[in-house]
Design a protein around this ligand. Structure first.
Ligand SMILES: Nc1ncnc2c1ncn2[C@@H]1O[C@H](COP(=O)(O)OP(=O)(O)OP(=O)(O)O)[C@@H](O)[C@H]1O
Ligand SMILES: [Mg+2]
Length: 272
Protein backbone atom coordinates (compact mmCIF):
# COMPACT_ATOMS: atom_id res chain seq x y z
CA UNK A 1 0.00 0.00 0.00
CA UNK A 2 2.84 2.34 1.02
CA UNK A 3 4.85 1.32 -2.04
CA UNK A 4 1.87 1.94 -4.26
CA UNK A 5 1.32 5.40 -2.86
CA UNK A 6 5.03 6.19 -3.39
CA UNK A 7 4.86 5.06 -7.04
CA UNK A 8 1.70 7.18 -7.48
CA UNK A 9 3.52 10.19 -6.02
CA UNK A 10 6.54 9.64 -8.32
CA UNK A 11 4.21 9.32 -11.31
CA UNK A 12 2.55 12.62 -10.40
CA UNK A 13 5.97 14.27 -10.00
CA UNK A 14 7.16 13.01 -13.40
CA UNK A 15 3.95 14.30 -14.99
CA UNK A 16 4.44 17.65 -13.23
CA UNK A 17 8.02 17.84 -14.52
CA UNK A 18 6.77 16.96 -18.03
CA UNK A 19 8.83 13.78 -18.30
CA UNK A 20 6.52 11.45 -20.27
CA UNK A 21 9.32 9.09 -21.30
CA UNK A 22 10.32 8.44 -17.70
CA UNK A 23 6.66 8.23 -16.67
CA UNK A 24 6.01 5.52 -19.24
CA UNK A 25 9.00 3.50 -18.02
CA UNK A 26 8.20 3.97 -14.32
CA UNK A 27 6.10 0.85 -13.61
CA UNK A 28 8.61 -1.46 -15.28
CA UNK A 29 11.58 0.15 -13.55
CA UNK A 30 9.89 -0.05 -10.12
CA UNK A 31 8.92 -3.68 -10.75
CA UNK A 32 12.61 -4.39 -11.40
CA UNK A 33 13.54 -2.75 -8.08
CA UNK A 34 10.80 -4.64 -6.19
CA UNK A 35 11.92 -7.92 -7.77
CA UNK A 36 15.45 -7.26 -6.47
CA UNK A 37 17.04 -7.34 -9.95
CA UNK A 38 17.61 -3.57 -10.25
CA UNK A 39 19.65 -1.35 -7.95
CA UNK A 40 18.48 2.17 -7.07
CA UNK A 41 21.21 3.74 -9.26
CA UNK A 42 20.24 1.51 -12.20
CA UNK A 43 16.60 2.47 -11.75
CA UNK A 44 17.41 6.20 -11.86
CA UNK A 45 19.59 5.67 -14.91
CA UNK A 46 16.84 3.75 -16.72
CA UNK A 47 14.25 6.42 -16.00
CA UNK A 48 16.54 9.19 -17.26
CA UNK A 49 17.55 7.16 -20.33
CA UNK A 50 13.87 6.61 -21.19
CA UNK A 51 13.26 10.35 -20.95
CA UNK A 52 16.34 11.30 -23.00
CA UNK A 53 15.47 8.73 -25.71
CA UNK A 54 11.99 10.19 -26.08
CA UNK A 55 13.31 13.77 -26.12
CA UNK A 56 15.88 12.93 -28.83
CA UNK A 57 13.37 11.18 -31.05
CA UNK A 58 11.03 14.18 -30.73
CA UNK A 59 13.88 16.53 -31.61
CA UNK A 60 14.60 14.48 -34.70
CA UNK A 61 10.92 14.41 -35.71
CA UNK A 62 10.75 18.22 -35.39
CA UNK A 63 13.98 18.62 -37.36
CA UNK A 64 12.64 16.30 -40.05
CA UNK A 65 9.55 18.49 -40.50
CA UNK A 66 11.41 21.80 -40.66
CA UNK A 67 14.34 20.55 -42.75
CA UNK A 68 12.20 19.52 -45.76
CA UNK A 69 14.19 16.31 -46.16
CA UNK A 70 12.34 14.27 -48.80
CA UNK A 71 12.94 10.86 -47.18
CA UNK A 72 14.73 9.10 -44.38
CA UNK A 73 17.97 7.60 -45.68
CA UNK A 74 20.60 6.48 -43.25
CA UNK A 75 24.17 5.28 -43.36
CA UNK A 76 23.01 1.89 -42.07
CA UNK A 77 20.81 1.48 -45.20
CA UNK A 78 23.67 2.17 -47.60
CA UNK A 79 25.05 -0.96 -49.24
CA UNK A 80 28.76 -0.27 -49.72
CA UNK A 81 29.30 -3.57 -51.52
CA UNK A 82 27.05 -2.35 -54.35
CA UNK A 83 29.14 0.81 -54.84
CA UNK A 84 32.84 -0.09 -54.36
CA UNK A 85 34.02 3.38 -55.52
CA UNK A 86 32.55 4.81 -52.29
CA UNK A 87 35.15 4.48 -49.55
CA UNK A 88 33.52 3.40 -46.33
CA UNK A 89 36.17 5.09 -44.11
CA UNK A 90 35.58 8.46 -45.79
CA UNK A 91 31.79 8.23 -45.41
CA UNK A 92 32.04 6.97 -41.79
CA UNK A 93 34.38 9.80 -40.94
CA UNK A 94 32.05 12.39 -42.52
CA UNK A 95 29.21 10.99 -40.37
CA UNK A 96 31.25 11.87 -37.27
CA UNK A 97 30.40 15.46 -38.30
CA UNK A 98 33.77 17.10 -37.67
CA UNK A 99 33.33 18.83 -41.05
CA UNK A 100 30.41 20.80 -39.59
CA UNK A 101 32.60 22.18 -36.81
CA UNK A 102 35.23 23.14 -39.37
CA UNK A 103 32.58 24.66 -41.72
CA UNK A 104 33.76 22.41 -44.55
CA UNK A 105 31.65 21.39 -47.54
CA UNK A 106 30.95 18.00 -49.08
CA UNK A 107 30.35 17.40 -52.79
CA UNK A 108 28.91 14.15 -54.15
CA UNK A 109 29.44 13.74 -57.89
CA UNK A 110 28.28 10.88 -60.07
CA UNK A 111 25.76 9.60 -62.62
CA UNK A 112 22.07 8.93 -61.80
CA UNK A 113 21.09 6.49 -59.06
CA UNK A 114 24.50 5.92 -57.49
CA UNK A 115 23.50 7.18 -54.02
CA UNK A 116 24.41 10.89 -54.03
CA UNK A 117 21.11 12.04 -52.51
CA UNK A 118 21.02 9.05 -50.15
CA UNK A 119 24.40 9.94 -48.63
CA UNK A 120 23.66 13.69 -48.55
CA UNK A 121 20.43 12.98 -46.63
CA UNK A 122 22.11 10.54 -44.25
CA UNK A 123 24.62 13.27 -43.36
CA UNK A 124 21.75 15.71 -42.78
CA UNK A 125 19.96 13.18 -40.54
CA UNK A 126 23.10 12.56 -38.50
CA UNK A 127 23.44 16.33 -38.07
CA UNK A 128 19.77 16.71 -37.02
CA UNK A 129 20.12 13.87 -34.50
CA UNK A 130 23.06 15.70 -32.99
CA UNK A 131 20.81 18.72 -32.46
CA UNK A 132 21.98 20.82 -35.42
CA UNK A 133 19.69 22.73 -37.75
CA UNK A 134 19.58 21.27 -41.24
CA UNK A 135 17.78 22.22 -44.45
CA UNK A 136 17.32 20.41 -47.76
CA UNK A 137 16.48 21.72 -51.22
CA UNK A 138 17.19 20.94 -54.81
CA UNK A 139 19.07 23.73 -56.58
CA UNK A 140 15.83 24.58 -58.40
CA UNK A 141 13.80 24.73 -55.14
CA UNK A 142 16.35 26.96 -53.50
CA UNK A 143 16.61 29.33 -56.46
CA UNK A 144 12.79 29.46 -56.75
CA UNK A 145 12.52 30.42 -53.09
CA UNK A 146 15.22 33.10 -53.49
CA UNK A 147 13.48 34.50 -56.59
CA UNK A 148 10.14 34.62 -54.76
CA UNK A 149 11.77 36.38 -51.83
CA UNK A 150 13.46 38.87 -54.16
CA UNK A 151 10.15 39.65 -55.87
CA UNK A 152 8.59 40.25 -52.45
CA UNK A 153 11.49 42.50 -51.37
CA UNK A 154 12.64 39.95 -48.78
CA UNK A 155 15.79 38.58 -50.41
CA UNK A 156 18.08 39.57 -47.58
CA UNK A 157 15.82 37.86 -45.05
CA UNK A 158 15.64 34.67 -47.14
CA UNK A 159 19.42 34.61 -47.60
CA UNK A 160 19.83 34.99 -43.83
CA UNK A 161 17.36 32.12 -43.21
CA UNK A 162 19.25 29.86 -45.61
CA UNK A 163 22.59 30.82 -44.09
CA UNK A 164 21.46 29.87 -40.61
CA UNK A 165 21.37 26.00 -40.79
CA UNK A 166 24.60 24.27 -39.79
CA UNK A 167 24.09 22.01 -42.81
CA UNK A 168 22.37 22.90 -46.08
CA UNK A 169 21.88 20.21 -48.73
CA UNK A 170 21.81 21.53 -52.32
CA UNK A 171 20.68 18.54 -54.34
CA UNK A 172 20.54 17.94 -58.09
CA UNK A 173 22.87 20.57 -59.52
CA UNK A 174 22.86 20.03 -63.27
CA UNK A 175 19.54 18.35 -64.05
CA UNK A 176 17.19 21.29 -64.55
CA UNK A 177 18.10 24.51 -66.34
CA UNK A 178 18.87 27.54 -64.20
CA UNK A 179 18.39 31.11 -65.37
CA UNK A 180 21.31 33.52 -65.21
CA UNK A 181 19.55 35.61 -62.55
CA UNK A 182 18.84 32.38 -60.61
CA UNK A 183 22.52 31.48 -60.79
CA UNK A 184 23.46 34.92 -59.40
CA UNK A 185 21.11 34.33 -56.43
CA UNK A 186 22.70 30.93 -55.82
CA UNK A 187 26.14 32.54 -55.93
CA UNK A 188 25.02 34.98 -53.23
CA UNK A 189 23.85 32.09 -51.05
CA UNK A 190 27.15 30.22 -51.44
CA UNK A 191 29.00 33.43 -50.70
CA UNK A 192 27.05 33.98 -47.46
CA UNK A 193 27.58 30.42 -46.27
CA UNK A 194 31.27 30.37 -47.16
CA UNK A 195 33.33 29.78 -43.98
CA UNK A 196 30.14 30.28 -41.96
CA UNK A 197 28.37 26.91 -42.28
CA UNK A 198 28.69 23.66 -44.23
CA UNK A 199 26.97 22.93 -47.52
CA UNK A 200 26.53 19.45 -48.98
CA UNK A 201 26.04 19.47 -52.76
CA UNK A 202 25.23 16.78 -55.29
CA UNK A 203 25.67 16.88 -59.04
CA UNK A 204 25.63 14.58 -62.04
CA UNK A 205 27.95 16.99 -63.86
CA UNK A 206 31.69 17.46 -63.50
CA UNK A 207 32.90 20.89 -62.32
CA UNK A 208 34.06 21.83 -65.82
CA UNK A 209 30.38 21.86 -66.82
CA UNK A 210 29.23 24.13 -64.00
CA UNK A 211 30.00 27.25 -66.05
CA UNK A 212 27.48 26.03 -68.60
CA UNK A 213 24.93 25.16 -65.88
CA UNK A 214 25.24 28.63 -64.33
CA UNK A 215 25.54 30.49 -67.69
CA UNK A 216 28.71 32.25 -66.57
CA UNK A 217 32.22 30.77 -66.53
CA UNK A 218 33.66 33.56 -64.38
CA UNK A 219 30.93 33.30 -61.74
CA UNK A 220 31.14 29.48 -61.76
CA UNK A 221 34.90 29.72 -61.18
CA UNK A 222 34.38 32.10 -58.24
CA UNK A 223 31.63 29.85 -56.83
CA UNK A 224 33.79 26.72 -57.13
CA UNK A 225 36.72 28.57 -55.59
CA UNK A 226 34.63 29.18 -52.44
CA UNK A 227 32.98 25.74 -52.37
CA UNK A 228 36.17 23.79 -52.92
CA UNK A 229 38.36 25.82 -50.57
CA UNK A 230 37.45 23.52 -47.69
CA UNK A 231 35.74 20.56 -49.25
CA UNK A 232 35.43 16.78 -49.14
CA UNK A 233 34.93 15.22 -52.56
CA UNK A 234 33.05 11.97 -53.05
CA UNK A 235 33.26 10.93 -56.69
CA UNK A 236 30.96 7.96 -57.22
CA UNK A 237 31.47 5.78 -60.28
CA UNK A 238 29.29 2.81 -60.88
CA UNK A 239 25.87 1.45 -61.69
CA UNK A 240 22.53 2.93 -60.71
CA UNK A 241 21.05 1.27 -57.62
CA UNK A 242 17.64 1.93 -59.16
CA UNK A 243 18.62 -0.30 -62.09
CA UNK A 244 20.09 -3.14 -60.02
CA UNK A 245 17.08 -5.43 -60.49
CA UNK A 246 17.17 -4.92 -64.27
CA UNK A 247 20.89 -5.60 -64.19
CA UNK A 248 20.44 -8.78 -62.11
CA UNK A 249 17.65 -9.93 -64.41
CA UNK A 250 19.60 -9.25 -67.57
CA UNK A 251 22.63 -11.03 -66.07
CA UNK A 252 20.45 -14.08 -65.48
CA UNK A 253 19.04 -14.00 -68.99
CA UNK A 254 22.13 -12.91 -70.99
CA UNK A 255 25.21 -13.50 -68.82
CA UNK A 256 27.74 -12.46 -71.50
CA UNK A 257 25.89 -9.43 -72.90
CA UNK A 258 25.18 -7.96 -69.44
CA UNK A 259 28.86 -8.24 -68.51
CA UNK A 260 29.67 -6.05 -71.51
CA UNK A 261 26.97 -3.48 -70.51
CA UNK A 262 28.23 -3.45 -66.95
CA UNK A 263 31.83 -2.90 -68.05
CA UNK A 264 30.77 -0.09 -70.38
CA UNK A 265 28.72 1.59 -67.62
CA UNK A 266 31.55 1.60 -65.14
CA UNK A 267 33.93 2.91 -67.79
CA UNK A 268 31.67 5.87 -68.61
CA UNK A 269 29.85 5.99 -65.27
CA UNK A 270 32.13 8.39 -63.38
CA UNK A 271 31.80 12.15 -63.58
CA UNK A 272 33.98 13.64 -66.16
N1 LIG B 1 24.55 1.71 -52.25
C1 LIG B 1 23.24 1.82 -51.95
N2 LIG B 1 22.69 1.07 -50.97
C2 LIG B 1 21.37 1.16 -50.70
N3 LIG B 1 20.51 1.97 -51.35
C3 LIG B 1 21.00 2.73 -52.33
C4 LIG B 1 22.38 2.71 -52.68
N4 LIG B 1 22.58 3.58 -53.68
C5 LIG B 1 21.38 4.13 -53.93
N5 LIG B 1 20.42 3.61 -53.15
C6 LIG B 1 18.99 3.90 -53.21
O1 LIG B 1 18.67 4.00 -54.60
C7 LIG B 1 17.83 5.10 -54.87
C8 LIG B 1 18.55 6.08 -55.75
O2 LIG B 1 19.65 6.67 -55.03
P1 LIG B 1 19.87 8.24 -54.95
O3 LIG B 1 18.57 8.95 -55.04
O4 LIG B 1 20.71 8.56 -53.78
O5 LIG B 1 20.69 8.45 -56.28
P2 LIG B 1 21.33 9.76 -56.86
O6 LIG B 1 22.77 9.50 -57.08
O7 LIG B 1 20.97 10.93 -56.05
O8 LIG B 1 20.63 9.82 -58.30
P3 LIG B 1 20.13 11.09 -59.15
O9 LIG B 1 21.36 11.71 -59.78
O10 LIG B 1 19.25 10.49 -60.21
O11 LIG B 1 19.41 12.04 -58.25
C9 LIG B 1 17.46 5.66 -53.51
O12 LIG B 1 16.26 5.03 -53.08
C10 LIG B 1 18.61 5.23 -52.61
O13 LIG B 1 18.19 5.10 -51.25
MG1 LIG C 1 19.64 12.49 -56.35
Amino acid sequence: MKARSRSTRIAAQLADLKMPGALEALDEVLAGVDGGGTTAAEAIERLLTAQITLRNSRRLATAMRSSRLPAIKTLADFDFSFQPSVKREQIDSLHELGFLERKENVVFLGPPGVGKTHLAISLAIAAAESGRRVYYGTLTDLIDSLEEAEAAGRLNHRLKTLTHPALLVVDEIGYLPVTRSGAILFFQLVNRRYEHASTVLTSNKGFEQWGEILHDEVMAAALLDRLLHRCHMVNIRGNSYRMRRHLELSKAIHPTASRAVSAERSEHGGTR
